[in-house]
Design a protein around this ligand. Structure first.
Ligand SMILES: C[S@@+](CC[C@H](N)C(=O)[O-])C[C@H]1O[C@@H](n2cnc3c(N)ncnc32)[C@H](O)[C@@H]1O
Length: 221
């Protein structure tokens, strides 16, 4: 299958430019905070390792207790720098999730990928990249822009995220594509919800997410 692509440098630059103001500016526009908090509260315990993928300035996982090890990855250097300042004990690295995760990062008990798969160009590849880093029995929370025929702005495979101003694509995946990717990769879906994700001011619309929690059931290594 052929996948449409973004210029990754451009995506990184756009997020570099808003890294300092991102949390303050976007928080009032989002609906996902409670879902992320609930996932972390239920699934992260003392001594465990958490991966925050597409971590932005790290605000979702930086409040975790210090006896939890947090690793954050993001394509934007300025976001990674901001996250490191917020939680100096964490490990923060520049990484594109379309590429395999660095093996030296090891396995994680919980992985969060909130809001970053808006830019996911190849769902099976990206979920595969992530799930190899999920420990046996570990849990993975992610949101995905969900393609739905009946919802305005949600019926195409991708749209221009900036309404023609920035030339960056946001990608949309159907429920069936997401479920198939999860099944193909040997992950078990635990919860799923279709609900508002955030307000896109440029497009003046609500972007709806599929909220998924999946569990790793691959054979023990
Ligand atoms: C909408 S922000 C979400 C930040 C944070 N997770 C949150 O929920 O507030 C999207 C983040 O994904 C990052 N991102 C976009 N494409 C990426 C890629 N290919 N690999 C890694 N991070 C990416 C951006 O730099 C940005 O920090």
């Amino acid at each position: 299958m052929h996948y449409s692509q973004n210029d990754k440098l451009k995506v990184a630059q756009i997020y570099d430019n808003i890294a300092e103001s991102y949390e303050e500016r976007t928080t009032p526009l989002t609906y996902f905070q409670a879902a992320v908090r609930e996932f972390l509260l239920e699934n992260v315990h003392a001594g465990q390792r958490v991966l925050d993928l597409g971590c932005g300035p790290g605000h979702l996982t930086s409040p975790l207790p210090l006896d939890v090890e947090v690793v954050g990855l993001d394509i934007s250097t300025a976001m990674v720098d901001a996250a490191r300042r917020k939680r100096p004990t964490g490990t923060y690295l520049v990484h594109d999730f379309h590429q395999p995760l660095p093996a030296e990062l090891g396995k994680f008990d919980a992985i969060v990928a909130n809001g970053c798969f808006d830019f996911c160009e190849n769902l099976v590849q990206v979920i595969d990249n992530v799930s190899v880093a999920l420990a046996y029995g570990g849990r993975f929370f992610f949101t995905i822009n969900e393609r739905r025929a009946e919802l305005p702005f949600h019926d195409a495979r991708w749209i221009d995220a900036g309404g023609g101003q920035v030339d960056i694509r946001m990608f949309f995946w159907s429920f069936s594509e997401t479920a198939a990717a999860i099944e193909t990769l040997g992950l078990r879906p635990l919860t799923y919800r279709h609900a508002p994700g955030w307000e896109n001011e440029t497009l003046q619309t609500t972007i709806y997410y599929g909220y998924w929690v999946v569990e790793h059931l691959r054979t023990k290594e």
